[in-house]
Design a protein around this ligand. Structure first.
Ligand code: GN1
Ligand code: MG
Length: 365
């Protein structure tokens, strides 16, 4: 067994009688291991990528507040099997939920027994996922602690435009000429796509505690396909609810991968949209403001647009943020996300219509 890992685990005294430590492939950001023990509980060990999450103290503080709050809510409403419905991070003897070994930050959480992840989305699972992310936000709506931004300005569209404009003017990788027409197109919609930030400054749109990485793979399901628990809490922070709504549909309702080279294959799947929106509204309607609800279709446009801007920025900067598999990968990703944005724009009237019918149906109850 790896001695370095064993030394790290020694700082989490609850972990005893280790049988095996295995490397787990999950996500591109943190390094993850499974710890199998002779005892009742197994564990997940993670090395936190502190180049992406520069303030680990704040990150773990957020996660502690969120998991404790959700656990208390689940207990209060008499939920069964609570330990499989919210993550539990182990304390070190110093009373922290992470250990710094001089170079790396580590944390351990209890492995949730008999849980499974899914990668494909069907309308049935999209409905359940929508219900669960809405419930997640709803449970955190009265969180007494103030959470910080684990990645400052993560989903701030004005900030993402500033980064793009900087990349355009520096033109580090000498790729600007090739993408100038696309930059011009993006600029045409920039003002409109930064609308949420303006409404926030005017006090018309709130920020709430959101997950900010809503993917179906960030949920654990039980053997019957019921959602158990939301995982990957690193980006839980104050944001517009648009983050959770829009980013989920960006990946789940797209008919092609986010780096599809043939943009003709990129379409927006309205069945997934309807199922997810129905579930989300069922659990989130009670706390959303009318403006937040009205702007949900806008959120669906915002995320492919923002992702196109982020990929294009990285392309212009010479590919320093996103891992690439081939030279033009970020360019291909940009075009696919931009095509998705255009497809979503076409679907906007239909989305608005659907949201309206959902609200009316709710009032009639
Ligand atoms: C990154 O690594 P992953 O897939 O969880 C990025 C997201 C982007 C996504 C695009 C911390 O997420 O914001 O939407 O790539 N996460 C970070 O594939 O930048
Ligand atoms: Mg992630």
């Amino acid at each position: 067994m790896d001695v370095e890992l064993q030394n790290v685990i020694a700082h989490f005294p609850q972990v005893k009688e280790i049988r095996e430590i295995e490397s787990i492939q999950s996500g591109l950001i943190n390094r993850t291991y499974g710890i199998v023990t002779e005892g009742a509980d197994d564990y997940i060990l993670q090395c936190i990528n502190h180049l992406v999450f520069t303030n680990v103290e704040l990150l773990q503080h957020n996660i502690e507040c969120v998991t404790e709050h959700i656990r208390a809510k689940l207990l209060e409403r008499g939920e069964q099997d609570v330990e499989r419905k919210v993550l539990r991070f182990l304390p070190t003897p110093e009373g922290k939920t992470y250990h710094f070994d001089g170079a790396h930050y580590w944390r351990v959480c209890v492995y949730i027994r008999n849980s499974y992840t899914q990668t494909e989305v069907t309308p049935d699972s999209a409905y359940l996922v929508g219900l669960k992310f809405g419930e997640f936000e709803s449970m955190l709506a009265d969180l007494p602690e103030k959470l910080g931004e684990t990645i400052p300005d993560f989903h701030n569209m004005e900030f993402r435009m500033t980064q793009l404009r900087e990349a355009v003017s520096l033109d580090k990788a000498k790729r600007r000429a090739k993408v100038q027409a696309l930059i011009d197109e993006i600029e045409r919609d920039a003002d409109e796509m930064c609308r949420a930030e303006r409404l926030y400054r005017e006090g018309k749109l709130p920020k709430r505690i959101c997950h900010c990485d809503t993917k179906v793979s960030n949920m654990l399901f039980d053997a019957e396909g019921k959602v158990l628990c939301i995982i990957d809490l690193d980006t839980v922070m104050p944001s517009f609810v648009f983050s959770d709504f829009g980013d989920f549909l960006r990946t789940a309702a797209c008919t092609a991968p986010e780096d599809e080279p043939d943009v003709a294959k990129v379409h927006f799947n309205m069945d997934i949209f309807r199922a997810f929106a129905k579930g989300y509204l069922e659990s989130a309607m009670s706390f959303l403001t009318p403006l937040e609800i009205e702007m949900l279709p806008y959120a669906v446009r915002l995320f492919p647009y923002m992702q196109a801007v982020r990929f294009l920025t990285d392309y212009l900067n010479g590919d320093s943020y996103y891992q690439i598999q081939y030279a033009e990968h970020n360019y291909v990703r940009t075009l696919a996300q931009y095509r998705l944005y255009q497809e979503v724009c076409k679907a906007e009237p239909e989305m608005c219509e659907f949201i309206k019918t959902q609200i009316n149906a709710d009032f009639r109850k």
